[in-house]
Design a protein around this ligand. Sequence first.
Ligand SMILES: NC(=O)c1ccc[n+]([C@@H]2O[C@H](COP(=O)([O-])OP(=O)(O)OC[C@H]3O[C@@H](n4cnc5c(N)ncnc54)[C@H](O)[C@@H]3O)[C@@H](O)[C@H]2O)c1
Length: 334
Amino acid sequence: MAVLICGGAGYIGSHAAAELLERNEDVIIIDNLQTGHVESVLKGAVFYEGDLRDEKIMDEIFSAHDITDVMHFAADSLVGVSMKEPLEYYDNNVYGALCLLKKMYQYEVKRIVFSSTAATYGEPETVPITEETPAKPTNPYGQTKLAMEDMMHWCSEAYGMEFTALRYFNVAGAHPHVDIGEDHKPETHLIPIILQTALGQREKIYVFGDDYPTEDGTCIRDYIHVKDLIQAHILALDYLRDGGASDVFNLGNGSGFSVQEVIDTVEKVTGKTIPREIAPRRAGDPPVLIASSEKAKRVLNWKPEYADLGSIVQTAWDWHRRHPQGYSEGDDSK
Ligand SMILES: NC(=O)c1ccc[n+]([C@@H]2O[C@H](COP(=O)([O-])OP(=O)(O)OC[C@H]3O[C@@H](n4cnc5c(N)ncnc54)[C@H](O)[C@@H]3O)[C@@H](O)[C@H]2O)c1
């Protein structure tokens, strides 16, 4: 039995590999390294550098290993780019996912845990967001993730292929004892951007809008620690292995933090002053996005450990301080 991690050299996929290896599972990784890092591939995993859309390498992998389960993280995931290059997003996130599902069908692999996103909800009118909140993506990124959810649904109906679609909110933090962390180029996520400012790599932080109907006027978002997120993936995998039915789950912290609060927390954790400048609101930024993850807690028995923002920022800071330039060539310390 082996778990194939698609996108296992990326930020979240490498944390999944760490957890599965700790459980003594056989881990196979495919990653085309478009945003991933070979340095984040942990010892013990079998690594294939390649693309999901390349049938030759997919056949090689599925024939060489007894793959029983898939965790699918590989995707393009920049909302802004998806607005400008929708075809690129459909190519990777829908066609790439289709190629994966076809190979799973061909090789009779029945279980998949999929990285979906809060972007499937678009700009919901009420919070907290539950799985019952209508999915109305407002960009190609969210739409392509929803398309994969639909494809998995119909594969489940037709072929008995069971899935969990995990709709993440803002993932942050780094592994507390394995040396892996978040290194996106370009970085678009708030916490690492503020940490780059703390490291002197950016001059200041732009706060987009301070006139929202929130306590301090800045947007409120839900931040979930990557370790808690991966714990939910492991529980979702076990749930499917125990015969659980295909389903969709939100994964968030359940408490929101404003942009100002996040900056203040980074100042507290790092001891550095973060220069900030108020900029105009960005189009399509809802004031508050908070998840209800009650379903994951109830059905998967998920118990997140990193509820407070300070500990999320602390683990991220520990990694960024050790790797101010992110992953570097030739780091074979894993
Ligand atoms: N980071 C977040 O806050 C967040 C939030 C919601 C959803 N997600 C989703 O979670 C998943 C993982 O996110 P991440 O932050 O780890 O991103 P990431 O870019 O670090 O990881 C994605 C990995 O997939 C690889 N990849 C992409 N397309 C591929 C292909 N066609 N074939 C093989 N490998 C391919 C990349 O090289 C990369 O290593 C993504 O699907 C993303 O949409 C992330």
